[in-house]
Write a new protein. Structure first.
Length: 285
């Protein structure tokens, strides 16, 4: 009986292998058929799928070429137009990106994602007023979405309009009071404005809201503590950051600066050496 069972098991394995090889052969034969499909028979959908593959591989130029083929075959293939715009933005061809997002918005005039992408292209090409106008449109279209205030707030933050950024992050907090992200973002604006007590309060709230990943809040708070001259509190936060992120060389660098400011040279040198070691291990030097 034992040998019969063994033979039966072997037969099942052989059948499984044969079936697997058969299915694999079918798959690759289908793949080759697609790859060898004459260009004149390719559909707009074929080109779109090829573009998606190229995009995922990081080959943005080939992605753009295939999105373009898809649009040539179907001038109303707005999804291809949208993603071509995104690919143009990735290679910093912002004017082309703007044209594609504008064309897409003709079909979906209330699409806030497209406005955000066009605003980003405007901003990266230095057309700040046009970017600002698009972010304002987003808030007008979707005044009850936290993303609307997040995007515009981050735009204001990057353009150093901190009062406006704080107003938007505050609006986002009203809509989503348990979001640590908006407290961290608002805290960073307060820190840059040297309103350290307000910054520390926001970062402390963010840490309490995100106990699983308090690193962003701790990092912001330690910088606010250090800038406010509260060095012992900054060092305490840095110690916790190092515990949570052992390869965080920047935390050793920050702590070394505080040690030097407070005359603790030996401790500073030790942290500086550790930071150099970590940077080498991470291939940053």
């Amino acid at each position: 009986m034992k040998s019969d069972f063994g033979e039966e098991k072997k037969m099942k394995i052989q059948k499984f292998i044969i079936a697997s090889l058969f299915l694999t052969a079918i798959f690759f034969s289908g793949y080759r058929a697609f790859a060898q499909k004459p260009a004149e028979t390719l559909t707009a959908e074929d080109y779109f799928n090829r573009a998606e593959t190229f995009y995922r591989q990081g080959n943005h130029h080939e992605a753009i070429a295939n999105y373009t083929k898809a649009v040539e075959l179907n001038s109303e293939y707005f999804e291809a137009i949208y993603y071509r715009g995104y690919a143009f933005a990735q290679i910093r061809q912002y004017e082309a990106a703007v044209k594609d997002f504008t064309k897409f918005l003709e079909s979906k005039p209330d699409d806030i994602d497209a406005y955000a992408q066009r605003a980003n292209a405007y901003q990266r090409s230095g057309r700040i007023d046009l970017a600002s106008a698009d972010f304002n449109r987003i808030v007008k279209i979707a005044p009850n979405k936290t993303l609307s205030y997040q995007w515009r707030g981050m735009f204001y933050q990057e353009t150093e309009k901190y009062d406006l950024a704080i107003a938007d992050f505050s609006a986002a907090i009203k809509l989503s009071p348990q979001s640590e992200l908006f407290h961290n973002l608002r805290g960073d604006c307060y820190r840059r404005m040297k309103k350290y007590d307000l910054a520390i309060a926001d970062f402390t709230k963010a840490i309490a809201l995100d106990t699983e990943n308090p690193v962003p809040g701790l990092y912001g708070r330690e910088m606010a503590y250090a800038a406010a001259g509260k060095y012992d509190l900054a060092i305490a936060d840095l110690a916790r950051l190092i515990e949570l992120t052992p390869d965080g060389y920047e935390y050793y660098e920050d702590r070394a600066k505080i040690y030097r400011k407070t005359g603790k040279i030996k401790l500073a040198v030790k942290d500086e050496q550790k930071a150099v070691q970590l940077r080498k291990e991470l291939s940053l030097d």
